[in-house]
Design a binder for this molecule. Structure first.
Ligand SMILES: [Zn+2]
Length: 292
């Protein structure tokens, strides 16, 4: 027995030393192969973990793990069923498409993760997509918040770098204000915005031209929720916002809201009210980028 144990220990020592010899003798290409196989193993582990998560969900069938493999290019194609008119309203391209839609937009962020998550939780609950029109200087302060909006599959729009009145600026300044936001958003999300909203609704002809040259849809809005005039002391913010929106509500309304605490508080009630009145929320990606 003792001899057997000694033999075993010796064999192990031999094996270990030959392993370490092998390692020192490993060429670069072999190391690469080892690294690759590690990556492969890691991805198998990750896949297994994902599957395990899926298996824990009670409603999934036995075949579900197959469906959980990462989806590549499986996003449903969004048809361009709408366009924007010169009042910045959303108009269906033909009579078979519902005209009772509204476009939801939130300007002047990104500021705060809780507010962004609060807004997107409610948008998700109502299966709605909105445009978050961001300012470059805020994105620079909070790149992770821009990523949050993108990762939660909402749409990002360009609202200029500095939130200035662009109609008073030179063409070179306007170009810079637009371009810098396009670049910082692309750096963080990999995608350049295709929607532009002029700060204070005042872009002027130069901004319209510059954004068009960049392949973007220029807009202001057709309904102001007036949430920017409200204060935290407002006793019933939802009632105020609902009143402000419904007083002007019409088919294709392009609704301006902001990343503000009382807007987060009111959004669920507002969206429910709009649904009760027969409106649905237009997917911004279904709007043509050419105004007509
Ligand atoms: Zn703004």
């Amino acid at each position: 027995m003792k001899r057997q144990t000694t033999a075993f220990v010796l064999a192990c020592t031999f094996l270990l030393s030959s392993c370490s010899n092998m390692n020192t003798a490993t060429s670069d290409s072999e190391s690469n192969q080892i690294l690759k196989s590690q990556e492969l193993e890691q991805s198998k582990i990750t896949q297994k973990q994902t599957q395990k998560k899926g298996e824990e969900l009670p409603t999934l069938t036995e075949e579900s793990p197959k469906d959980i493999t990462p989806e590549v290019n499986k996003e449903p194609k969004i048809e361009l069923n709408y366009h924007m008119n010169s009042n910045y309203d959303i108009i269906p391209n033909n009579e078979s498409i519902s005209k009772k839609v509204v476009l939801l937009t939130f300007d002047d962020g990104p500021k705060d993760a809780d507010m962004i998550n609060g807004l997107i939780d409610i948008l998700d609950k109502h299966q709605a997509k909105a445009i978050f029109f961001v300012n470059g200087y805020k994105v620079k302060e909070n790149p992770h918040l821009l990523k949050l909006i993108h990762d939660r599959e909402q749409i990002i729009g360009n609202h200029s770098w500095d939130h200035v009145v662009l109609k008073n600026k030179s063409e070179a300044e306007v170009k810079q204000q637009v371009k810098d936001v396009q670049e910082i958003v692309a750096d963080i999300t990999g995608e350049k915005p295709v929607y532009f909203r002029a700060p204070h609704g005042a872009g002027g002809d130069v901004t319209k031209k510059v954004t068009k040259d960049n392949g973007m849809l220029y807009m202001t809005w057709s309904i102001g929720s007036l949430d920017w005039e409200m204060k935290s002391t407002d006793s019933n913010p939802a009632a105020t916002i609902i009143k402000n929106v419904t007083e002007q509500l019409h088919s294709g309304s392009n609704i301006l809201m902001h990343e503000l605490p009382w807007t987060v508080q009111s959004l669920d009630k507002l969206l429910t009210e709009l649904e009760t009145r027969g409106y649905t929320f237009v997917d911004p990606r279904s709007i043509e980028l050419q105004m007509r």
